[in-house]
Ligand binder design. Structure first.
Ligand code: ADP
Ligand code: MG
Ligand code: MG
Length: 251
């Protein structure tokens, strides 16, 4: 079953009108793991941010459906409530708001959207404690303000904690591997793998093949100058790694 269908998506930077996405096509079905690779500045983060409705960008053409609905017409908050999750390359700090409070509010909003009763603080604590184990985080993580003073690796784990708490039909992970040593990467990857099931999907964005050894994608896409120029299996990542970017001739 198709989860996300992107057709000819074009987008500009809202302020400068600079064209960044120049016709992206992508189909993700339930249970699939996808990766988008290639060098800095090709538009990978922009693509992810356009999907979640980031206000810095404006869609100028093409279509996107998520679970059969027109994603581009949905408010960013409703995209998230509908089951689209994105972990940011540079997660923001939210001073004065504890992780515990933030996660509980976000989770209860999602439960309301799913017609489930909200969880009281104690019930939520029981729920979130199990999720903390998944990402190997201590309980005191909950009392700290969202991402404030977190190390790079802690921020990445906190993003996965958010994903674990909220659940998602499609999780977009933008450079979840950047700045992680191999042990931290293993923890993050194991957590993502545990969250994967036959009805949800992951879209990873990365420069490095290393991540794909821990979270195995069925599909690897190469993005170049605002387009997906090649799609294949993991062997594409091998070609990129061995021959550098020149090894892949444009179609
Ligand atoms: P990637 O994630 O592949 O490294 P990005 O999507 O972050 O690429 O960026 C693509 C291009 O668009 C880059 O040249 C970047 O500098 C530019 N860009 C993206 N977002 C903005 C923005 N908000 N303001 C100005 N330039 C931007
Ligand atoms: Mg980049
Ligand atoms: Mg990026």
């Amino acid at each position: 079953k198709v989860l996300l269908e992107v057709r000819g998506l074009t987008a500009v930077i809202a302020e400068t009108r600079q064209k960044i996405l120049k016709g992206v096509n992508l189909i993700i079905r339930e249970g699939e793991v996808h990766a988008i690779m290639r060098k800095n500045g090709s538009g990978k983060s922009t693509f992810a941010k356009v999907l979640v409705g980031h206000p810095d960008y404006e869609v100028t053409g093409g279509s996107v459906t998520f679970k059969g609905e027109n994603l581009l017409e949905m408010e960013p908050e409703n995209r998230s409530l509908a089951g689209l999750f994105m972990s940011f390359q540079s997660p923001v700090e939210i001073p004065g708001v504890s992780n515990d409070h933030f996660l509980r509010m976000a989770y209860n909003a999602r439960r309301r959207a799913l017609n489930l009763p909200e969880l009281e603080p104690l019930e939520f604590f029981t729920y979130v404690s199990k999720k903390l184990e998944l990402v190997n985080m201590d309980l005191d993580f909950l009392n700290r303000n969202v991402n404030e003073g977190f190390s790079g690796g802690e921020k990445k784990r906190n993003e996965i904690l958010q994903l674990a708490v909220l659940g998602a039909d499609l999780a977009i992970l933008d450079e979840i591997d950047s700045g992680l040593d191999v042990d931290a990467l293993k923890i993050v990857a194991q957590a993502v793998n545990k969250l994967l099931n036959p009805t949800n999907s992951v879209l990873m964005i990365t420069h490095y093949r290393r991540l794909l050894e821990f979270i195995k994608p069925g599909f690897v896409h190469v993005m170049e100058d605002g387009r997906i120029i090649k799609t294949g299996d993991i062997t594409i990542a091998d070609i990129l790694e061995k021959g550098g970017y020149q090894a892949l001739a444009s179609p």
